[in-house]
Design a protein around this ligand. Sequence first.
Ligand code: C5P
Length: 306
Amino acid sequence: MPLRRLVRVRAFAKINLSLRVLRRRVDGYHELRSIYQTIALADRLEVEIDPHSYGLDLQCDDPQVPTGPANLIHQAASAWRRALRDRRGIRIRLEKRIPTGAGLGGGSSDAAATLLALEHLTGDRLGLNERLALAVALGSDVPLFLLGGRVLGCGRGEEVYPLPDLPPRRCLVVFPGFSVSTEEAFRWLSSGLTDASTRYNMEKIGTRSLLPLLKWGPAENDLEPVVFAKWPELARCKRRFIQAGAETALLTGTGSALYAVFDSAKQMSAARGHIPPEWKFFETRTLSRAGYWRRLFNDGKFSRCS
Ligand code: C5P
């Protein structure tokens, strides 16, 4: 059967169910223990191999999104071509739905989806280890999207282990309209992460669970205090979600997005009333590992391939 030339793929967002920052490492990164969870909110990519050209062409429906080498999709496709010494042209169209600079992993997920789409189109020539190495080189949050579902992240977040899925939940994601730079947020935290506070962190870990491995919440994100100090409106919104009955509500990654998890549609719609009117929101749901792989290439109107 001839291989396909074009495929449509979904790049799902993630939330952090937990994000503990243990210390700053000598390489400048921060040692993390995090639990990631994929959700149904997704960007859409159309990836095409063009044997008649050599170019790498990326287009996006959002003019704010860079389409050159600054975009992780561009970097992923280039790295894939280098690794396989494949010189054929690649055309990618991106429909951007996940807000950028929000802590939802949109750029990282786009990069992982690009690698998976290129392999899907050309046959699995990279293999698991090399694909993982490419993902790690692209960014700390890329490897989790090679697993999907609930994932434990160690190291700088790139060392990933699949965790069993929790029962599915409704998930309300809010985006206040501004972005937070990951690098800056870690710097704000680092400036207060003295030896004493590291010791305090380690003491806390001794008495409280480091990671809520078996249930939804209570969730903790060590970056919340520094991000909430700059934008108290985020803290206010989180408090209101909890009062409205959220099982857990948290800043995702380094922000700026917040999420809240609910087990009833009624509670989620009541919580919607607490979102400031100028903020964007998405009513979505958590995505199990099986659901992630089922929907990646194959979902109703999105499954049409040439
Ligand atoms: O790995 P990635 O390129 O996504 O990280 C972006 C920036 O976030 C890094 O350059 C670093 O400043 C910061 N970072 C960190 N510790 C981590 C992950 C990211 O300090 N574990």
